[in-house]
Ligand binder design. Structure first.
Ligand code: FE2
Ligand code: FE2
Length: 189
């Protein structure tokens, strides 16, 4: 089995354990990770990034949340440590491992991305929200964000976090989504 399939199998087993045992029974794979993987590979193709590094980064970027390790605020650091142990166990080459680990460490904002692979994972993490709008509404409502202007700001905030180059390529899809969701409430300047 190649490294991608091996890591995916590990992530799916962690996912099942979380969905079966956590109080919220959240299905990370179905609701989020699968979309991040898909979008990260689209961006990797567009930006000519290393697809193996990007896919492994996407698969493992939220692994600390899925394994319930530490706090949400430090999940990028804990995730890097978990991935380091995992990839070492699979004898993944040192230089490639470091590149995957930095995708995880820097995934929380495209502003932190230091190379194109890190940018693909960070931006895909955001675009994945637009692949699963029902989940976004669910989490907005659970945070008591229910007014339409606040919901518009919620999605606009995600878009604003994208890197400048991905904003350009994603813009027309974003405008379509916002117009469908919010119609006349969403005005473009
Ligand atoms: Fe994350
Ligand atoms: Fe994520």
């Amino acid at each position: 089995m190649d490294i991608i399939q091996t890591v995916k199998k590990y992530v799916l087993s962690v996912n099942k354990e979380y969905a079966d045992t956590a109080s919220d029974h959240y299905d990370f794979w179905e609701q989020h990770i699968q979309f991040v993987v898909k979008e990260s590979l689209v961006l990797a193709e567009t930006y000519n990034a290393d697809k193996e590094i990007v896919e492994l980064g996407a698969l493992l970027h939220d692994i600390a949340l899925m394994t319930k390790t530490g706090t949400r605020g430090e999940h990028h650091i804990n995730g890097k440590n978990i991935a380091e142990q995992l990839l070492s166990k699979f004898d993944y080459p040192y230089d490639k491992k470091e590149r995957v680990l930095n995708c995880i460490l820097h995934h929380r904002s495209s502003k932190n991305a230091e190379n194109i692979e890190e940018l693909c994972v960070a931006d895909a993490d955001i675009i994945a929200h637009f692949d699963n709008i029902p989940m976004c509404f669910n989490s907005a409502y659970r945070s008591n964000i229910t007014d339409i202007p606040d919901l518009i700001n919620y999605f606009a905030g995600d878009y604003a976090d994208l890197s400048d180059r991905t904003k350009e390529t994603f813009n027309s899809r974003y405008e379509n989504i916002m117009n469908v969701l919010f119609g006349d409430f969403y005005k473009t300047e």
